[in-house]
Design a protein around this ligand. Structure first.
Ligand code: ADP
Ligand code: MG
Length: 316
């Protein structure tokens, strides 16, 4: 155990992982480099990742299978699809990161933990779905699927239409002790993929899968607090969060306080389901204990960002 290492929870954007298996294999090869940079700089790193596009693809494939032969292949719940996504994304990140670390002459001990996250069945999110999953569709495709499958679709930040599902608040991380033990023992841990497998605590010790996708930024924030991390780094497709995003007077945000971030949240500057959960997670983390800093930046800029050279840094 190395006591004086700064601890960093790094959340990898789902969209940065590519939208199919071939894309994922090449994207992850690049995505592990900034993570290896942080490890090389001497940080203790815990990695989480999104699964928006992937869980949608898995769910679509499973829906086809059970529609063809419902007796042989009964319905696959969304929670099971999230578990599958943790497996196949975690598999890729584990191996690519191990390879990158060993190539740099570092220890290649990487461990992926299947992670369940408790949610509340009374969470109002179950009545108001907000979380985009699956591929981007045209308006016509979305309208057709909405009719056929009774799914709900929204327009996602000017990039097309996506299905939305319930995104409840993460309450607790079931495997937190395992994750902490592995991280303390010097392993690079990959966990809480796709925001974790959402579960309800049922009678006795039963955990029941919940029909939801937890936002990975919110789950990563909870993880960072529980692990007593110094930094929460949210790596995504933009270098900075911005105000007046996409407008002629767009302004990138650099170093800001949580009070400033709250003001922008109230003004509605960040899109729900994409940038809003990141800024909210950043504010929550930065305010959870003195000295904690959150960073939102581009995947490739993780090292520059942690060194204060770029990105949106949020502190109390
Ligand atoms: P990830 O897969 O990394 O979670 P998301 O698509 O959920 O990525 O969120 C990042 C996206 O949020 C950006 O690529 C951008 O299109 C969108 N976005 C919405 N509002 C803003 C804003 N105010 N500033 C920057 N990006 C924004
Ligand atoms: Mg997202």
């Amino acid at each position: 155990m190395e006591e004086n290492k700064k601890k960093v929870v790094v959340a990898l954007g789902g969209n940065a992982l590519g939208s199919n298996l071939i894309e994922q294999m090449t994207s992850v090869t690049d995505a592990v480099k900034p993570i290896a940079d942080l490890i090389e700089e001497g940080y203790e790193v815990i990695v989480t990742h999104g699964n928006g596009p992937q869980v949608g693809v898995i769910q679509d494939a499973m829906t086809l299978l059970s529609r063809e032969n419902p007796e042989k292949h009964p319905h696959f719940p969304l929670s099971v699809c999230t578990a599958m996504s943790q497996g196949y994304i975690g598999y890729d990140i584990t191996n690519k990161l191990r390879e990158e670390l060993l190539d740099r002459g570092l220890k290649g001990d990487v461990s992926c933990v299947l992670t369940q996250v408790e949610v509340d069945p009374q969470d109002p999110a179950f009545r108001h779905p907000t979380k985009p999953i699956g591929p981007f569709l045209t308006k016509e495709e979305a309208d057709r699927k909405a009719m056929e499958k009774r799914h709900v679709f929204i327009e996602d930040s000017g990039r097309g239409y996506r299905r939305v599902v319930a995104s409840p608040e993460p309450k607790s991380i079931i495997e937190i002790d395992t994750i902490r033990s592995l991280a303390d023992a010097g392993y690079v841990v990959i966990c809480t993929g796709g925001g974790g497998i959402p579960v309800f605590k049922a009678e006795n010790h039963h955990l029941k899968g919940a029909p939801a996708v937890i936002d990975k930024d919110r789950a990563s924030e909870l993880l960072a607090e529980e692990l007593d991390a110094d930094f929460l780094i949210i790596l995504t497709a933009v270098e900075n969060a911005a105000i007046n995003y996409g407008k002629p007077d767009e302004q990138k945000l650099g170093d800001i306080t949580t009070a400033e971030a709250r003001k922008y949240i109230e003004e509605g500057q960040f899109a729900p389901g994409s940038m809003l959960p990141k800024v909210e997670a950043a504010v929550k983390f930065a305010e959870s204990k003195p000295g904690r800093t959150a960073l939102i930046t581009l995947l490739e800029k993780a090292k520059d960002g942690i060194n204060g050279e770029t990105g949106t840094r949020i502190h109390a």
